[in-house]
Design a protein around this ligand. Sequence first.
Ligand SMILES: [Mg+2]
Length: 234
Amino acid sequence: MSGQRAHEQPKPQLVAPPVQREPYKYLIPPQSSKDHNKLVVVLDLDETLVYGREGPVRVRPGTAELLQCLKDRAEVIVWTAGSRDYALEVINIIDPFCAIQHCIYRHPMWWTGEIGCTKDLNQLGRPLEKTVLIDNTPDVFRANPTNGILVSDFLGTVFKADRVLFTLADIFDFIFRRISDPTVGSIFASKRIMLRRVPLESNRKIELYTLAADDVENHMYISPAQRSLLQYLH
Ligand SMILES: [Mg+2]
């Protein structure tokens, strides 16, 4: 071994600085230019569009009509506390029309696992005045109570009287045909929508938009505690 080599200093190990990435700010990719100015309709799955807690997935009447009405006229997002595989399986069943553009499933970016976990629409990166959430769980609306429509629970039994999704499709269709630049205000201006005070998990009450013909208080078959447990099933 030469003296020169003996005095060679080992090369410092080059450690690249960590890549400074912009942290993911939102739960979904930026809005496509073709969707600019459209309403952003966020749909829950379980007990809103389907019932899949046991046995085969049962689809609420009017799901197809609602999705067909929204296709290409709104940006459609599914936001569910269900697992990724379950959510994608259900979407495959209910959406042969490919109306749904994004699916948000259970993920630490939003799912805290706490009772009464909310769906904060600010995490979508979409204009709030254009964004509406349709869900059967009152607590999910807490972050944006004036951007939601609470619907009664669908528990797998098909009632002829369950017109919830048909009525929503009618309201959206009316807006799309008559209003060129619709906002959530256009939806809530409908005479078929009314404000109701409904209980949260904490037993506090919150004022939420509902369908006037949807008796959400008498059709909340699931107690808040049962509802929390159901959120862990998929
Ligand atoms: Mg639900």
